[in-house]
Ligand binder design. Structure first.
Ligand SMILES: *[C@@H]1O[C@H](CO)[C@@H](O)[C@H](O)[C@H]1NC(C)=O
Ligand SMILES: *[C@@H]1O[C@H](CO)[C@@H](O)[C@H](O)[C@H]1NC(C)=O
Length: 319
């Protein structure tokens, strides 16, 4: 397991002793709360960390897990990008092109949540710089290399969305707030899903290595109308079994793709590795109508398809 993931594993252990807050939401058929904030870090689709052992699965890594740390780059897209902080959005990190793209190109917006809902966004620098280099502005929860024990909440992701809608991201380019994606790894992915719950400003959700753990909350998916993509790490990943259940339930367009990495994914690889490639191609298809990118996801025979990259892809509901 790459050492960069140790913080993700250690954080739950160090916080296990903290008593779980008293839950106010009682799941029952027909009970659809007005908001996705829920009772814990990561929102209504997350769990208190003390419950993680019962959901963590077998653990371990698969052959597709990166074995050496990747290189820091400016991304492989047309707009060399960087990680920075911005005093207009405290407690967050921005990933954006170094120079605002010219030619009136519009930049879709992404709110990102980190694994274990930590406030350390630099863990995902390789992935998020890569995405930004294709012409995206991303606001991630937390600051680079934060070691705060506090976990992020839905309100942190909502703050990012409202910052963009208020026009405060305009210095990075022509941000299109009709194209908002929430995404994240592990607890941060659950936070992305929780943030999209009954918030129609969120148009796409991408869940990395995670899904809904609690069977008795899965019915809440019915309140989410956006397409959902799960990028999962195969049978060793704690997201494997629950993502199969969520995928089966969803009626709208959906993709569940598995690459045999285990829970840590390929974030630490150069440009976020194969998960970075899958994420970029999904975004470029959805937000810019790129049909080659669509084929990368959906057509196993296309050049550079996810299937050729050893992903196992399930998809349905797409035109
Ligand atoms: C720039 O693009 C936006 C849509 O992204 C469009 O509404 C606007 O008219 C464009 N402006 C120019 C000068 O082309
Ligand atoms: C469309 O996506 C493909 C595959 O990722 C990429 O190589 C190509 O540059 C994209 N085209 C445009 C116009 O962005």
């Amino acid at each position: 397991m790459p050492s960069s993931y140790l913080p993700l594993l250690l954080l739950p252990l160090t916080t296990l002793a903290a008593p779980a807050p008293q839950a106010t939401f009682q799941p029952s058929p027909g009970n659809f709360p007005a908001k996705g904030d829920g009772d814990y870090a990561g929102g209504i689709f997350s769990i208190p960390l003390s419950q993680l052992p019962q959901y963590a699965g077998p653990g371990g890594t698969g052959p597709e897990a990166p074995t050496t740390p990747g290189q820091k780059t400016s991304g492989s897209g047309p707009y060399p990008a960087q990680m920075l902080t911005d005093t207009s959005l405290p407690g967050h990190t921005i990933f954006a092109p170094k120079t605002p793209p010219t030619g009136n190109i519009s930049l879709p917006f992404i709110a990102w949540g980190n694994g274990a809902c930590t406030l350390n966004s630099a863990t995902y620098q390789n992935l998020l710089v890569e995405v930004a280099s294709w012409g995206y502005v991303i606001a991630a929860d937390g600051t680079p290399n934060s070691n705060s024990p506090t976990q992020s909440k839905v309100q942190d992701m909502r703050d990012s969305i409202e910052w963009a809608i208020a026009g405060k991201a305009a210095k990075y380019g022509n941000v299109d707030v009709d194209k908002i994606t929430t995404a994240g790894h592990s607890c941060g992915g659950q936070e992305a899903l929780s943030t999209s719950y009954k918030d129609e400003r969120v148009k796409r959700v991408v869940m990395f290595n995670i899904a809904i753990f609690q069977d008795d909350r899965r019915y809440l998916l019915e309140a989410i109308k956006t397409p959902i993509v799960w990028l999962i790490g195969g049978s060793k990943d704690m997201g494997y079994t629950p993502s199969a259940k969520d995928y089966a339930l969803l009626k709208q367009p959906k993709i569940r793709a598995n690459l045999d990495t285990g829970h840590g994914g390929t974030f630490s690889a150069t440009n976020g590795g194969k998960q970075g490639k899958a994420f970029v191609n999904y975004l470029e298809w959805q937000w810019r109508g790129n049909q080659t990118a669509k084929a990368v996801l959906l057509d196993p025979n296309s050049a550079g398809s996810l299937v050729k990259d050893k992903w196992v892809v399930e998809a349905s509901g797409w035109e």
